[in-house]
Design a binder for this molecule. Structure first.
Ligand SMILES: NC(=O)c1ccc[n+]([C@@H]2O[C@H](COP(=O)([O-])OP(=O)(O)OC[C@H]3O[C@@H](n4cnc5c(N)ncnc54)[C@H](O)[C@@H]3O)[C@@H](O)[C@H]2O)c1
Length: 367
């Protein structure tokens, strides 16, 4: 134990994903969730009530609380920078949902303000801290597949308008299969190959509108303003190349594919959008062999635990805003490449971190 006690958390954004976060965070002993805020205060109150969080109200209310040290920002992408900046100005550390922001400049400004204010910024996804991707990283780092050379990524579905009650934002700038789903896969790739150096991509859209498939707005038609099919080639600053497909235009659903080919074997990770799952390894001429993964899953919110431990000085911070900004930069470079039909360089970097120790457990008390 590092001492200092559980870190006070306030959640901003009581929408769909807040359910998963709150179910997990109220149970993590290193966090103490004290407040839920939303533009719609009735929604904040209902969510707080469901998960036994004592306080609920507006954004100014939560930012005024002295017992809240970390803001978990679960608003929609276009609101991320504004909400996070207000939290930093109020002296709070911020865990941000992905994508980090929707443009490079607001992301850079947010990180600069946080540095001057002496607060931490973290960014989803935190799936890469889960036992599945961490086991894959440990295996690759110790040479199980030889030298990692190339990777293949597949994420393809018919699209989230079929199940999300308010899916408009997922088809507007800040959304699409690129900004919504690539964070999981590109973050996982950066943990193996390091920072991305450049990208070439093509994109298209199956339809200019979609119809909401579930919830109170079912049947409502809304506009699509971003490509819903993206295929890209990435190269990495210290070697390695990858091909990736991100699609909301596929009648066939095939997701979670991340295969890394090395000089000696190919490794298929667990789904980068999940916290755990088996790993498969194929040596030359041999069928897949399954490697079972153990360890506490934790789920969404383990990045906030990682941050809370860093706040109390007990551990280094891993799912950082620098990493979130790099992944955003790579995704925006992908979009630039689609528009310009040229290779686009990615300038930003982040500091790679070592694999977590096998006994790292977000569900146990450390602070
Ligand atoms: N839904 C998912 O399965 C999922 C999964 C992983 C990550 N995410 C990410 O989580 C974030 C939220 O997604 P969601 O699906 O929960 O969206 P949502 O639309 O269901 O919920 C967003 C909530 O934020 C509130 N909000 C928006 N702007 C605000 C502001 N300025 N101040 C205060 N509250 C504000 C809204 O009123 C709403 O209640 C997005 O960044 C998304 O990419 C979602």
């Amino acid at each position: 134990m590092t001492g200092g006690g559980p870190v006070g958390v306030g959640v901003i954004g009581a929408g769909k994903i807040s359910e998963q976060y709150l179910a997990n965070m109220v149970a993590f002993p290193d966090l103490d969730v004290r407040f839920v805020a939303d533009l719609v205060t009735e929604r904040a109150a209902a969510v707080a009530d469901t998960y036994g969080v004592p306080g609920a109200g507006t954004v100014p209310d939560v930012l005024a609380r002295d017992d809240v040290e970390i803001i978990v920002n679960l608003t929609i992408p276009i609101a991320h920078a504004d909400v996070a900046s207000k939290a930093v100005a109020a002296g709070k550390h911020v865990w941000n949902e992905k994508p980090f922001t929707v443009d490079r400049q607001s992301g850079r400004t947010l990180l600069e303000h946080a540095r001057s204010a002496g607060v931490l910024i973290g960014c989803a996804p935190d799936t890469f801290l889960g036992p599945g991707l961490q086991a894959a990283k440990r295996m690759i780092d110790r040479g199980d597949i030889g030298q990692p050379l190339t990777a293949s990524v597949v994420f393809q579905t018919p699209g989230p308008h079929r199940w999300h009650p308010n899916p408009d934002f997922l088809y507007q700038p800040g959304g699409g299969p690129l900004l919504d789903m690539a964070p999981y896969y590109l973050t996982a790739l950066t943990q193996i190959f390091g920072p991305i150096a450049g990208v070439a991509a093509l994109g298209s859209s199956a339809s200019p509108t979609r119809t909401i498939g579930a919830g109170p707005r079912a049947g409502e038609v809304f506009d699509v303003s971003v490509p819903t099919y993206v295929t890209a080639l990435y190269d990495f600053q210290t070697g390695g190349i990858a091909q990736a497909t991100f699609s909301f235009d596929s009648p066939l659903q095939r997701v979670g594919v991340l295969e890394i080919a090395g000089t000696d074997a190919t490794l298929a990770t667990s789904d980068p959008n999940k916290f755990t799952g088996d790993i498969r390894v194929a040596k030359s001429g041999v069928e897949w062999q399954t490697v079972a993964v153990t360890g506490a899953e934790g789920g969404r919110g383990i990045g906030a635990v990682d941050m809370a431990r860093a706040v109390r000085g007990g551990d280094r911070h891993r799912a950082t805003g620098d990493l979130g900004l790099h992944v955003l930069d790579a995704m925006l470079a992908t979009a630039d490449s689609m528009e310009q039909r040229t290779f686009v360089t990615v300038e930003s970097v982040f500091e790679p971190v070592d694999a977590l120790p096998e006994d790292w457990d977000p569900t146990q008390r450390v602070v």
